[in-house]
Design a protein around this ligand. Structure first.
Ligand code: BEZ
Length: 232
């Protein structure tokens, strides 16, 4: 059984996820009439930004709670609950877009296979995910990494094995502010599934305060992997 998502808290206290994704929509440069798949769309905010450009967009997420919230937020848009690793729609897309989601999806090879299958030849993948070294200070303390944070070489090679050629890749630091005195605690509570024990959370707060808490704000030590790639 998968742990449910708190889609309300995601929208209210973790809005930085889609705020930081806005520049990825610019990289996608959606055009009127294009068919675009938003893979791991969460509560649908970036799906809506893509739709505003006149593209025909479908949002897909494995979480029922996220898709329920996305449908409430944007009843005029199309959303589907599906596991990316097994996703086999009949339609083909001009582009696949994915923000802060691919590191959740497993196994990565099956996900790359699905992306390859849904893209038209020449179609593009524009994606950002946690890259190698993402949240390293946190992982060092919790000693649990349920995510997939690849480096440029590893991910480019994985995509190439599935007929997708990387044309741009960037791995960069983006310390990301999270709201409030309880920001780190909230982040750990929101994203660790299954949840961490309270004593691990308390230890993380204590040890990471000198590193991640500056001027009253917690910064998660994000390292992003941003990819633009083309289906051969
Ligand atoms: C990320 O966006 O890098 C991320 C978010 C939640 C958990 C792990 C990574």
């Amino acid at each position: 059984m998968t742990t449910p998502w708190d889609a309300n808290a995601y929208d209210s206290r973790h809005a930085y996820v889609f705020r930081f994704g806005a520049s990825l929509v610019s990289d996608l440069n959606p055009r009127p009439g294009e068919k675009i798949l938003d893979l791991g769309c969460g509560t649908g905010h970036l799906t809506n930004e893509i739709a505003k450009a006149g593209a025909s967009v479908l949002g897909v997420d494995k979480s029922v709670e996220m898709i329920d919230q996305a449908r409430t937020n944007y009843p005029q848009l199309r959303f589907v609950v599906a596991d990316a690793a097994k996703y086999r729609p009949r339609e083909r897309f001009d582009a696949v877009f994915s923000n802060a989601a691919l590191h959740w999806m497993r196994p990565p090879g099956a996900v790359a296979e699905s992306i390859s299958r849904v893209l038209k030849p020449g179609g593009r993948l524009v994606a950002e995910l946690g890259g190698s070294g993402n949240a390293a200070s946190i992982l060092a303390i919790t000693k649990r990494n349920p995510w997939y944070f690849p480096g440029i070489g590893e991910y480019a090679s994985l995509l190439e094995q599935h007929g997708i050629e990387v044309v741009q890749a960037m791995l960069f630091e983006r310390p990301t502010p999270v709201e409030g005195e309880n920001g780190l605690r909230d982040w750990l509570g929101m994203f660790y599934k299954p949840p961490l024990h309270d004593d691990v959370i308390a230890a993380a707060e204590k040890k990471l305060r000198p590193i991640l808490f500056r001027d009253g704000v917690w910064y998660i030590d994000y390292r992003r992997l941003r990819i633009v790639a083309k289906r051969v």
